[in-house]
Design a protein around this ligand. Structure first.
Ligand code: SAM
Length: 305
């Protein structure tokens, strides 16, 4: 499992580096560092990174994946919230791949606050995402950076299932529909717990997303997302009741659903993003989507899951 070839970080080095920096991985920041070169190469392969491609990485941590991306020929802009890790990254890269140091730019910031990136526009997002903010970060980047054509992220296995779930499946929900607005998503592999330090108490999986055009609709994304949020806030309810609040009454929501060609007795979990867009078009009282803070400790202007 350990990779001692080439430029990548192994378990001893991860611990040594963390020790020297005084880094104690925190759950709050989802700090589980990959110490297995095979896993890094698996992610890079699944991401189909092309030589010369501009990649944005969220949460580079100690640099495990960053080195793999650079090794594959990418130029990387890495966004890291932890100032100690952000400061160290160029030094780690210079030590491991001295010739590739000029292909790295580091942004020390909370990814949810990043509205612009230095250098060329990235065409791919590749990351081992911090699990507690994985979905908001993913959706926010798809919204803000329309240059992104492809995404390959490692997330909690349960979240991977939700992102890739089709309508009607048990795990289909808000993240599935919102991701489907931007892209088609599929599971792209699983990752064992032993490749991380510290070992997380959840399983992980890879999700690949390919950008596509959003549904053709006169409704805005915010309007469609407001309908999605309302439909799943009361998942077990029929849409007529679930959308009564945003429609003004259940009679108004039933009328809008019928006009959209959707059975008012259906549940949100059976509808695809195109149907949600049609409903939004017929709900004139939907007034813009949520730009609400995250559930806990969030801030305005981000796309919630
Ligand atoms: N990419 C590294 C790896 O694979 O070993 C580290 C991945 S670790 C799961 C998540 C990383 O995201 C940590 O380095 C953490 O400090 C960083 N992070 C957490 N929240 C963040 C945020 N809101 N914006 C940017 N980085 C964040």
């Amino acid at each position: 499992m350990n990779d001692t070839r080439g430029a990548l970080l192994g378990p001893a080095e991860i611990r040594d580096l963390a020790g020297r920096l005084g880094v104690r991985p925190t759950k709050t920041l989802g700090q589980n560092f990959v110490h297995d070169g095979g896993t890094v190469r698996k992610i890079v392969r699944a991401a189909d990174v092309r030589a010369g491609e501009r990649v944005v990485e969220i949460g580079p941590g100690l640099g495990s994946l960053t080195l793999g991306l650079l090794e594959a020929g990418a130029s990387v802009v890495a966004v890291e919230i932890d100032p100690v890790l952000a400061r160290q990254l160029p030094t780690t890269v210079a030590a491991h791949v001295p010739d590739l140091g000029d292909r790295l730019e580091v942004v020390g910031a909370d990814a949810l606050d990043v509205t612009s990136l230095p250098g060329d526009a990235p065409t791919a997002l590749v990351a081992n995402l911090p699990y507690n903010v994985a979905v908001p970060v993913l959706l926010t980047f798809l919204e803000r950076f329309d240059s992104l054509e492809r995404v390959l992220v490692m997330v909690q296995a349960e979240v991977a299932d939700r992102l890739a779930a089709p309508p009607g499946s048990r795990t289909y929900g808000v993240p599935s529909v919102k991701a489907a607005w931007y892209a088609s998503a599929r599971r792209a592999g699983t990752v064992g717990r032993a490749v991380f330090w510290p070992v997380p108490n959840v399983d992980s999986a890879l999700v690949a997303l390919d950008r596509r055009e959003p549904p053709t609709t006169t409704a805005t994304r915010e309007q469609v997302f407001a309908v999605v949020d309302a439909a799943f806030a009361q998942r077990r309810k029929m849409l007529r009741s679930a959308l009564a609040g945003i429609a003004g009454s259940s009679a108004a929501s039933a009328a809008a659903l019928e006009a959209a060609g959707v059975d008012p007795q259906a549940r949100g979990e059976t509808l695809d993003v195109v149907a949600f867009a049609r409903i939004a078009e017929h709900l004139p009282t939907v007034t813009g989507g949520r730009t609400s803070p995250r559930a806990a400790g969030g801030r305005p202007g981000t796309v919630d899951a």
